[in-house]
Each structure stands twice: as C-alpha cells, then as structure tokens.
Ligand binder design. Structure first.
Ligand code: 0X9
Ligand code: CA
Ligand code: ZN
Length: 400
C-alpha cells in the first residue's frame, strides 16, 4: 500500500463553499437539492443540511427554496481541527480514538492472531491507491465454508464518515472477544458466517485526515473522485439520483463499477454465490449522519418495483421498524430521503436478493461539522447503540 500520498494538484478544494439549511422540505425538494450538485450532509424532520458553492445556492434560491446560510465551510473545517497532531496521518487532538488505516490494519492483524479459530483476515482487492480492502470473516470453524447463513457489514464508503469504520471495528471486536462469554454472541458466531469490510474507501479516509485539518472529503481518490455509493451496477445513473459531472460530490463515475473499490466488493459478493445460491442473506452499510434506518429502493419513490414484490417491501418495512426500534433511529425507504441511484442497497437487493439496509449513524442533526466528526468519546456509546440491531440482523439472516 502507498501511505501518505500528497494531495494531487488540482484536487477539488472546498473554498467558497457554505453550509446551508432548508426547513420543511418535501421529498421532491430534497431530490432537487441533491441533484443540484450540492453535498447533502444530513436530513432530519424535513430539515436538510448541505454544503454548496455560492452559484449552486443561487440556483436553488431561484427555484424558490428558502436557504439559510449557517457558516463558511473552510472556516468550520479549520476550527474543527485545532492543535498539533502526533503524526501527519493521525486524527487531531480529541479524536485520537479513531483508527487511521495503519492502526486499523494493526488492530485486524491482532484480532486474527488472538482469535485464529474464529476469525480470518483477507482482502477483497485493492483501492485505487493500492491499499488492501480488508475483509474479516468470523465464524466457528472459520477455515471451513460450512452451510450457514452469511451476513455482510460494510463501512466507510464515504471518506469523512469515520464513525462508521469504528462501528465495523466494534462488530469485529465484539464477535471475537465475547465469543464463549456472551451466549448470544457465541450462538451467532457458531451458526453464521459474519463478513466485515471496515473501510470500503481507505484512500478517501486517509486523504480526509492527512492534510493538517479535516477536509470534509466524501468520494474515493480516483481522478477528482467518484461517489462510491453512486457507482453500483443496479439502475446505475438511471433516475437523477447521481451526477455525470466529475466535480460533483455525487459523481457516479464513467460506468458502473468503474471504481476499483466497488468492483472489488461486488466481486467478493459474487463469489459467495455457491451452486447458484447467494450465501449472503443480510447486510448493513453504515453511513453518517441523521440516525436513520433505510432500505431499497433508492432509485424510485415506488414501494414496489421490479424485483420488489409487496411481500418483500413489507418485510423490509417490518425488519426496518424493528431495527429502528432497537436504536432509536427513524425507519424509512431510502428514496423517502431523496432519490439515489447506483447505491449499494439497490444492487445487493436487486441483483442478489440480499436483505440490505443503510444505517445513518449519530448524530440526528449536525448543524455543524460535528455531524461527520463527533469527538472521539462518542465512539463507544454510538457504536454500542447498534449492538442489538446487529444481533437482530444476524438473527433475521437465518429466516431469509
Ligand atoms: O447519499 C448517500 O449515499 C447516503 N447518505 S450520506 O449522507 N451518508 O451520503 C444515503 C444512501 C441511501 N440510499 C440508498 N441506500 N440507496
Ligand atoms: Ca462456521
Ligand atoms: Zn455516507
């Protein structure tokens, strides 16, 4: 892997950008905001928080939206990262509990060295800059592909959503350290194969922290960046839920799976089709923020569509409600937020029939940069908050 790459010249800067809110939006207005090229940070109770250039803000105002300008983005980023870091690639003071890519790698290696009977470390491929896309698999007799329901957890498709990497890491630590201690954990490890990919976008995550202050970076590091969660190959680019412009924060890439990161995860998922049957039955993709439980489809407002019968839509609603009940998030179909096409849930469900959810983690409302950069002391309570939801999903994977 290539560590500590300097920012390429011409990388998109965040200058000139402001943070905005619009209150009391409906779904069509939120889709319009997302479609304008603005960078939607969070949505809660009809209030949308987003970053936009002055020109984008003007266009949205011209469309009749009532924008409130909260702050200057550059000023906020500078203020959020005070003090001196221990190392160029370290998180800033107060956030050291977050794992850099190097620290994450060491933690995963330690886990398999401590728990080699139930945990296996591999890689689904390399990122654009050549970092391994780590995969940890946890199961009793982990070296044997037993006939057990498989479950996938993915984190950190979006670079700046560092809390999600910690969420995947908690799942890994909990289902290894508590094995043989906690009866529920033991039972689930013995009867499932649990796959965890703690960072789908390691290049973006490193880029976000290595510049001396947080960059608020979202995409991968291929060219001016592809939004990985618009690059999946089901109804890719179909419906105004992504952008064809490389400078956009929701750039879908030149073709589905043009990003090595999505292509590698997709290939791994494809490799789990054994004798014509997809072994993975359930999945959560962790994002931040807004405290939501979301399910497909994202590309259409319709509850039912091709490969989504009324019974299947009902199952998503029912399981989604139970997940949300356990963590206090708000459950809804993904497109109730705004239209997204090329998202991971749509591909995992539409192509592979995997019961696939997105969790938008803490906080409910950002208002500022703490939305993406909660202080390090929030990691434990906000990842622990999802322990029960993870158990529910693992249990549900056996009922698919
Ligand atoms: O827009 C996104 O990709 C996700 N929100 S975020 O603020 N973390 O960027 C929401 C994705 C939900 N949509 C689908 N799963 N289709
Ligand atoms: Ca097993
Ligand atoms: Zn995200």
């Amino acid at each position: 892997m290539i560590a500590g790459l300097a920012a390429p010249a011409g990388a998109q800067q965040l200058d000139d950008r402001g943070l905005f809110e619009v209150h009391d939006t409906d779904t069509a207005q939120r889709t319009a905001i997302a479609h304008s090229g603005a960078d939607v940070w969070g949505v809660r109770d009809g209030t949308v928080t987003f970053a936009a250039q002055a020109s984008q803000a003007e266009e949205l105002r011209a469309e009749g939206l009532d924008l409130v300008r909260l702050d200057d983005l550059d000023r906020m980023l500078a203020e959020r990262s005070p003090g001196v870091r221990a190392a160029a690639d370290e998180f800033p003071p107060g956030d050291e509990a977050y794992h850099t890519y190097t620290e994450l790698t060491e933690e995963l290696q330690q886990t398999v060295s401590d728990h080699g009977d139930i945990a296996k470390l591999s890689s689904v491929g390399q990122s654009h800059e050549g970092r391994d896309l780590h995969l940890i698999t946890i199961s009793g007799n982990v070296e044997v592909d037993e006939d057990e329901p498989e479950v996938l957890f993915t984190c950190n498709q979006h670079a700046r959503e560092h809390l999600t990497t910690e969420m995947c890491l908690r799942i890994i630590q909990r289902f290894t350290d508590e094995y043989g201690q906690d009866p529920t954990v033991t039972e689930l490890v013995d009867t499932r194969e649990i796959h965890v990919i703690p960072t789908v976008n390691p290049d973006g995550a490193e880029y976000d922290i290595e510049g001396g202050q947080y960059r608020g970076w979202r995409k991968n590091r291929q060219g001016s960046g592809t939004d990985l969660n618009r690059n999946w190959g089901y109804q890719w680019g179909c419906c105004g839920g992504s952008s064809g412009s490389p400078s956009s924060e929701t750039y879908r890439g030149p073709s589905a799976f043009s990003a090595p990161e999505t292509a590698a995860v997709a290939e791994f998922v494809g490799s789990r089709v054994v004798s014509g049957t997809q072994q993975i039955t359930a999945h959560i993709d962790f994002h931040s923020y807004s405290e939501l439980v979301l399910w497909p489809y994202g590309y259409t407002y319709d509850d039912t569509a091709e490969n989504m019968t009324p019974e299947q839509a009902k199952r998503f609603q029912e399981v989604g409600a139970r997940l949300a009940d356990s963590n206090g998030y708000t459950p809804q179909q993904s497109s109730d937020l705004y239209i997204t096409d090329g998202g991971i849930n749509d591909w995992l469900w539409g192509e592979h029939g995997i019961l696939s959810f997105t969790f938008e983690m803490y906080p409910a409302t950002g208002g500022g940069l703490d939305g993406f950069y909660p202080p390090g002391d929030r990691i434990e309570p906000e990842t622990q908050r999802n322990d029960e939801a993870v158990e529910i999903l693992l249990t549900e994977a056996g009922a698919a």
